[in-house]
Design a protein around this ligand. Structure first.
Ligand code: GLU
Length: 323
């Protein structure tokens, strides 16, 4: 008996501790972390990351803990998703195609594991300047300080495509800056840059903030050379925007892409399925979270995707009868 007693206590203690551990463990141990990469804090990608995570945390909280974080933009997000550093990333449709096919930033090195999940809002390639710079057209940028986008952003590639189409050599005709967009918007107001190029959903705080603090213009990017450039690329469209979208800004015409959400082929199928299902089943809620999301439409969200669909996304779309 004497020998049994301590043993019983020990067994009992283990059982109690085990019971506590078992009671506390399931909720925590079964939750899977999801990390989604967006863009600059004043852009719309960060809102995609934040708001879709918010839906996951509200509607799929028993299984997932989702975190949306700012990131450097499209090129960074493709590479981070490919390396497994992000579960999902937001990426311009032109970068989605270039990564898949091994072009531009991925020259000769296609990202074979890149998979599309769905597309989100349209994004316009915006050339934003202050009215006091006297810049009235893309050609007028010669001799000026222009933010062409930070390395890792989607707009940097758009800048390097479009400026030469207007006869502008980025290395010798302008002083090119590579600020992140939150800094670039501030630098425009502070007269540290004369203009910036930013590919973003409309509206966006990144444009509203300078528009509300100084007099800005958004210029046309619609020359014949641009129209010719986009004509054989299905991920670009010309788009006209009405006057008054931003304070003091007249109507303008430019070309546009779509924001797409991507994952790696290695991402867990059930996790991707649950994310897609949660987003589509709560689309009305998502649409209310940002003005750029008001245009979201189920059928449109399956368009503009170059990389093949992720298996988890495909499963959901087949269930809905969309494929
Ligand atoms: N289109 C930008 C990029 O690819 C990001 C825009 C945003 O953050 O909304 O880097």
């Amino acid at each position: 008996m004497n020998r049994m007693f301590p043993t019983k206590i020990a067994v009992g203690a283990i059982a109690v501790l085990g019971g506590i551990a078992l009671a506390a463990a399931p909720a925590h141990a079964q939750k899977r972390d999801i990390l989604i990469g967006g863009g600059s804090v004043t852009g719309v990608y960060y809102q995609v990351a934040l708001q879709t995570c918010d839906l996951m945390n509200k509607h799929a909280n028993e299984n997932y803990n989702c975190v949306g974080r700012p990131a450097l933009g499209s090129v960074f997000n493709v590479n981070a998703v490919n390396r497994g550093l992000l579960d999902f990333g937001v990426v311009q449709s032109d970068r989605n195609w270039q990564a898949l096919t091994g072009n531009a930033d991925w020259d000769g090195k296609p990202v074979e594991k890149l998979r599309s999940v769905f597309s989100m809002h349209p994004e316009a390639v915006l050339l934003v300047t202050r009215k006091d710079t006297g810049i009235k057209s893309v050609e007028d940028l010669k001799g000026k300080t222009v933010n062409i986008g930070n390395p890792g952003s989607g707009q940097r590639g758009n800048s390097t495509d479009l400026l030469p189409l207007y006869g502008i050599d980025i290395d010798s005709d302008i002083k090119a800056e590579g600020l992140q967009q939150n800094e670039a918007s501030r630098a425009l107001v502070d007269k540290k840059v004369d203009a910036f190029i930013y590919t973003v959903g409309v509206p966006s705080a990144a444009i509203e903030e300078p528009a509300n603090s100084t007099d800005i213009d958004i210029l046309d990017i619609n020359s014949d050379a641009i129209k010719d450039f986009i004509s054989d690329k299905p991920y670009y469209v010309m788009a006209k925007y009405p006057a008054g979208l931003f304070k003091g800004v007249d109507e303008f015409e430019t070309y546009a892409v779509k924001a797409t959400v991507v994952a790696s082929a290695d991402a867990d199928e059930q996790m991707v399925y649950d994310y897609v299902k949660t987003v589509f089943e709560n689309l009305d809620e998502l649409k209310k979270t940002h003005a750029a999301f008001q245009v979201l439409d189920e059928a449109e969200m399956l368009k503009g995707l170059s990389a093949p669909l992720h298996a988890g996304a495909e499963r959901y779309y087949k269930e809905r009868g969309w494929l």
